[in-house]
Every structure is written in C-alpha cells, then in structure tokens.
Design a protein around this ligand. Structure first.
Ligand code: CUA
Length: 339
C-alpha cells in the first residue's frame, strides 16, 4: 500500500468513526460486557504500543540528529556498551511488554472469560451454512422451540448462551458490538455468551473466508426489551399466517407447486419442509433477505426469487425465472405476508 493510500484509508476510517451512525459495525461501539472487555484490552494495547512507538522514534531521532564526532572525542569509550542497549532495548523490555499483553489477553480480559466451556443448555444454536445462518431456539419443551434464520433476537440485559456449529466449511460468528469472533467448525461445537446492555440492531458478519459469497454472509442481532422480545418469541412460535388476500392465496399455491418447498420450510404449510435453505415461516418479519444482504421489500423479494444467482452468485438459491408477471407478483404477495 502506498503511503498516500494509507493516509486516505486512515482518513476514511476516522471519518466513519466520527460519523458514529447509530450502531456501526465496530468493536469500539460496544453494547455488551464481552465486547467492552475486548475494547478495553484494545485501547490498552493501542496506548501501550503508541508510547513504545513514540519512545522508539524519539531515540531514533536523537541518534540521527546528534552530533557524533570521532571515536577519539568520546575516549575512553566502552566497546561493549552497545550490547547492553541491544539486550535490554531489543529483548528484555519488549519481552516484558509482550508478556504483560499476553497475560492480560489470557486472563483478565478475553480468552478465559469469553471462551466458554460447554454450558448446561445453550439458549440458541447457530449453524453456519454457505452463506447464511440457521438459528434454532432451543430452550424449553419441544413446543417452545423454533427455527429461524439470519436474524437473532435476544432480550436486553440477560446473558444468552449460544452454541455454534457449521454445516459445511469453517465460518466465524462475529457481532463486533457484542462479542469477539468465534469460529464455527464442522464437527465441533463452540460456545459463547452474549449479553446486550442496550436495545438496538447490531450488525455482524462471517469473519472467516468461506467461499465466494463470504462477504454476503451477514448477521443481525436484534436486542429488545424483555417484553418486546417475548412478543417476538410468541409470534415465532406460531405457524405461518393464512394469506390475507386472494392474490397471496394464489401465491401460496405457486410456492407449493414450484421448487421452493424442496429447500424451505414454512411451518403450518404441510409440504414445505425443506431444510437446505432458511426457514421462511416468518420471513416478512425479518429486516433483510439473502443473509442480511438486501432489504426485505417486494422489489427485492421479486429480484431474489428470479435472479438470486445475479445477486449472490454461487449461492444454492437458483434463479426461478419461469414465472409469469402475475404469478411472480402473487408469490411475492404471499412471501411478504409471512409476518
Ligand atoms: Cu461464512 Cu465467511
């Protein structure tokens, strides 16, 4: 990277920090205890290394600018004096600093408190897929459990245990405002505990390269006051709403006749029990589609159904482009009614 580009990148970064729009996807805008510990550790390391850099640059400048003269000027001079400087300045002091940072990372701040051993029973299981997030709410008896996708709701002020798995390749669960990254590894279950200290929408992102659409594997955590969370939960437990209009009713028939049920589940809609793609039972209640890559409105839904391969090339959703115009409008009316 050229120096000019570096300065430009720093400028853009600073501007976006100062802009501070709502809940930016940044580990410095924390909304929970785990992220706060990480932010404190980062700030400490930044200041510590800043001080080291200033001292180093100061010594370099002093050495460069000082008038050195000849060896005779400095006689009698100590031939091995430089060795000590290298030993302390190059080995002992950096060793101490790195050790302090290591211990802090390990104990006080991050690794031990954040990486949890298996909890008694996780509240939520998140399974990474290429390229979306399956979200299963596990707590309680069978009739209190449900599956959704890409948007995780949690109550404010309560710790939520999340189990992480992968259905295919390695992904990484990262919602910077709430927690550090935790890997989702095939064949292994990892755990983390998130807690949101305030309500809000917190964006996340798969943080491990997992294929062509890694960048479109986005995540949204919606932290709600407990009453609102409970209302959302109660709605999720319901089967899909009956279509409200004849057009949406027709759309439901089109959905069932097309390839959709092979991959998608809509609870309460008999034949639609596919598991390869996201559960659509309450699709319209989600803010985005395509793993939080596109707004959830009728135009984007129509675009997604017919041109998923243009919007997210390589994803498992095929282009379903043999609908007539009225058929597509009916299908979208049905999907848009799945509140
Ligand atoms: Cu999943 Cu990157």
């Amino acid at each position: 990277m050229k120096f000019r580009d570096f300065i430009a990148a720093m400028g853009i970064g600073l501007a976006s920090l100062l802009a501070g729009c709502g809940n930016p996807q940044s580990m410095f805008h924390t909304a929970g205890p785990a992220a706060q510990r990480l932010a404190h550790l980062s700030a400490f390391i930044f200041i510590l290394f800043g001080v080291v850099a200033v001292i180093t640059i100061g010594i370099l400048l002093a050495a460069g600018l000082s008038h050195r003269g000849t060896l005779d000027w400095h006689a009698p001079w100590n031939a091995s004096g430089g060795h000590k400087f290298v030993l302390y300045g190059g080995l002992v002091i950096p060793g101490i600093i790195l050790f302090v940072v290591f211990v802090l990372s390990l104990q006080r701040m991050t690794l031990f408190p954040l990486h949890r051993k298996q909890p008694m029973s996780p509240n939520i299981l998140v399974i990474g897929h290429q390229w979306w997030w399956e979200v299963r709410y596990l707590r309680g008896p069978a009739d209190q459990r449900f599956t959704t996708a890409n948007e995780i709701h949690i109550p404010v002020g309560r710790p939520v245990e999340i189990a992480l798995q992968s259905a295919d390749v390695i992904h990484s669960f990262w919602v910077p405002a709430l927690h550090g990254k935790v890997e989702m590894i095939p064949g292994l279950t990892n755990y983390l505990r998130v807690e949101a200290s305030r309500a809000g929408n917190f964006k996340g992102q798969c943080a491990e390269y997992c294929g062509a659409q890694h960048a479109h594997m986005r995540l949204l955590v919606v932290a709600q006051p407990p009453a609102a969370y409970q209302a959302w939960r109660n709605l999720q437990l319901q089967p899909a709403q009956t279509p409200a209009s004849p057009q949406a009713m027709q759309g439901r028939e089109i959905f069932l006749r097309a390839a959709c049920p092979l991959c998608h589940t809509i609870r309460g809609l008999g034949a639609a029990e596919g598991k390869a793609g996201p559960d659509l039972t309450h699709l319209a209640g989600r803010q985005y589609i395509g793993a939080n890559s596109f707004p959830n409105d009728k135009a984007d839904l129509a675009g997604w159904v017919t041109h998923a391969q243009s919007l997210k090339p390589g994803c498992k959703m095929p282009n379903l482009d043999d609908f007539t115009g009225p058929q597509l409008r009916a299908l979208v009316a049905f999907l848009d009614g799945l509140k």
